[in-house]
Design a protein around this ligand. Structure first.
Ligand code: NAP
Length: 285
């Protein structure tokens, strides 16, 4: 089998058209555009790239972007007060905070310092609780991008053997809930699965495989089940090239669908962020 490419860009374009319509409706009702506050602490070249893509995407969708760059030395309590001011600012629809934060700020506390109604990344405990119950308004962006890609194949996930490799809060864990919601039989592999040498065994029976670890070549192409749908979330820089976690060439001979890296999940995540911004603006209206 030779896999079809599961590309993020065309899908992102389609979703952006839907978002544009929603923004136009919101503007007609409220006279205002949705506003996303993007918060950065200190300088970070990787963050600059991400902000640029957010600013570009927001402009395309007629969403106002307010970029707040704070000093690297801002004390934690001052930072949280700043977030409170965004939470109570009636013009701000949603808030995004760029990670990583300087060491003196406890990043585990961040999600609960953003209003659950302005939660662009869907990481507030209240929103994660709603995700658990299948009633989420805001879905974590990367996990949501993976689900959009899977949906675009037209394959019904019900009863499918789905394997997620990686159990981070932002990708693997929310994704496992979203797959369960679609009645996929979902297995989550993590570091301890790897320690026991069992990851390969799980992957070999996966009809749907999503890998989000951040280790180039972690998944061998020969492990992929014939006909599987394969989504590689990983981003790794190897010899000046960006690659995923899966051996692409070999895997694409066996999969039915496979995401390229770059060009798969990546182009969708900012669009999913903007979808959450519009959702927030609707809630506030
Ligand atoms: P992360 O927080 O570092 O999580 C990685 C996960 O992989 C952890 O759950 C870790 O388990 C697990 N893991 C580590 N070694 C493993 C192994 N040998 N076998 C199985 N699981 C293993 O990273 P993340 O934020 O989820 O991101 C994962 C990758 O996706 C990164 O490359 C990141 O750059 C990429 N990413 C891409 C996008 C995009 O838009 N395309 C968005 C987000 C992330 P423990 O915690 O137990 O060690």
């Amino acid at each position: 089998m030779s896999a079809k490419l599961l590309e993020g860009k065309p899908l992102a374009l389609k979703i952006k058209e839907e978002i544009k319509k929603e923004v136009a409706q919101l503007k007609a009702k409220s006279g205002q555009r949705p506003v996303l506050a993007g918060v950065q602490i200190g300088d970070n070249p990787a963050a600059e790239v991400y902000f640029k893509s957010q600013i570009k995407c927001a402009a395309e969708l007629d969403i106002e972007y307010r970029h707040h760059k704070l000093s690297q030395e801002i004390p934690q309590d001052k930072f949280f007060s700043f977030l409170d001011s965004l939470n109570s600012d009636k013009d701000t629809s949603a808030v995004f905070i760029q990670m990583p934060l300087p060491g003196h700020i406890d990043s585990r506390l961040i999600p609960r310092h953003i209003s659950p109604f302005k939660d662009a990344e869907g990481m507030h405990p209240e929103n994660l609780g709603k995700l658990f119950f299948g009633r989420a308004k805001f879905i974590p962006c990367t996990a949501n991008s993976v689900m959009e890609l899977l949906r675009s194949t037209g394959v019904n996930l019900r009863g499918k053997e789905a394997v997620v490799v990686g159990h981070s809060e932002i990708v693997g864990k929310p994704l496992s809930l979203l797959l369960l919601e679609q009645f996929a039989t979902t297995t989550v592999c993590h570091i301890a699965t790897g320690e026991r040498g069992l990851t390969q065994e799980h992957i070999k029976r996966a009809e749907v495989l999503v890998v989000a670890v951040g280790r180039a070549g972690l998944v061998k192409g020969e492990w992929i089940k014939e006909g599987a749908i394969v989504v590689d979330v990983g981003i790794n820089r190897v010899n000046e090239r960006i690659v995923g976690d899966i051996e692409f060439e070999e895997a694409s001979k066996r999969a039915s669908w496979i995401t390229p890296v770059p060009g798969g999940v990546g182009p969708l995540t900012v669009t999913m962020l903007m979808r959450n911004v519009v959702e927030a603006a609707k809630l506030q209206l």
